[in-house]
Design a protein around this ligand. Structure first.
Ligand SMILES: C[S@@+](CC[C@H](N)C(=O)[O-])C[C@H]1O[C@@H](n2cnc3c(N)ncnc32)[C@H](O)[C@@H]1O
Length: 210
């Protein structure tokens, strides 16, 4: 499969600068920052959790950014929530938001490419695999990402991923050594040149046991 051209979105420097600005906006105006892929997609993800995941399940959000999905899950009654991001500024922002809302979420600075501490029932990724796909040497970093996610997912766990860079079929193909598709969450469709496509894919994968 062809790789995407690398871009600044695949670098730590880009995210550090971006979240540095977002922290300032949060402190100055209480603005929590961008909801990647929009509110409608975030609502669909949260509805999937409510329907499929019990409140005590251990949940990790990889590349959590401002942590807004975890905030929504905490509001929905989820109790065992962890957010990881390799940007210290992102974790700073996420911690500030959770504290202000009086919600309990654990946050750690952690590069998913260096391995993931602990095991989880549910792994959530919205836009992080996309960002990693835009890094230099993405074919290698994507494999490291997949190995690390596979290792920290419980055998009976689920991996829910939202991507705008890859279609459902591309994700199935790229993940085929590690995960199989279990289901998808419907997202708005568009029609172009007689073909129907999705702008954003939300897929739920099961682990292929080692
Ligand atoms: C498109 S943003 C999405 C943020 C968040 N998931 C959301 O939906 O708002 C991608 C995120 O992935 C994080 N990220 C990229 N590469 C990472 C890595 N190797 N380890 C941990 N986080 C990473 C970035 O810092 C950024 O917060």
């Amino acid at each position: 499969m062809e790789e995407l051209e690398s871009s600044e979105l695949g670098t730590l420097e880009y995210w550090e600068n971006r979240y540095k600005n977002e922290i300032k906006n949060f402190q100055d105006h209480g603005d929590t920052g961008e909801i990647w892929f929009g509110e409608d997609i975030a609502d669909r993800i949260v509805r999937w959790f409510i329907k499929n995941v019990e409140p005590e399940a251990s949940i990790v959000d990889i590349g959590c950014g401002n942590g807004l999905i975890l905030i929504e899950l905490a509001n929905a009654g989820y109790k065992n929530l962890t957010g990881l991001d390799y940007s210290e500024e992102a974790i700073n922002l996420a911690n500030n938001i959770a504290k202000k809302r009086n919600l309990s979420v654990k946050y750690h600075v952690s590069d998913v490419l260096n391995g993931i501490r602990d095991n989880y029932k549910i792994i959530h990724d919205k836009g992080t695999y996309d960002a990693i796909s835009l890094s230099e040497g993405a074919s290698r970093t994507k494999q490291t990402y997949l190995q690390n996610v596979h290792k920290c997912l419980n055998d009976s766990g689920k991996f829910i991923i939202t991507s705008c860079n890859w279609t459902e079929n591309e994700l199935i193909e790229q993940f085929s050594n590690y995960f199989v598709l279990e289901s998808t969450v419907q997202t708005p469709q568009f029609k172009f040149g007689g073909k129907i496509g999705n702008v954003v894919s939300i897929c739920i994968f099961k682990k292929i046991p080692t």
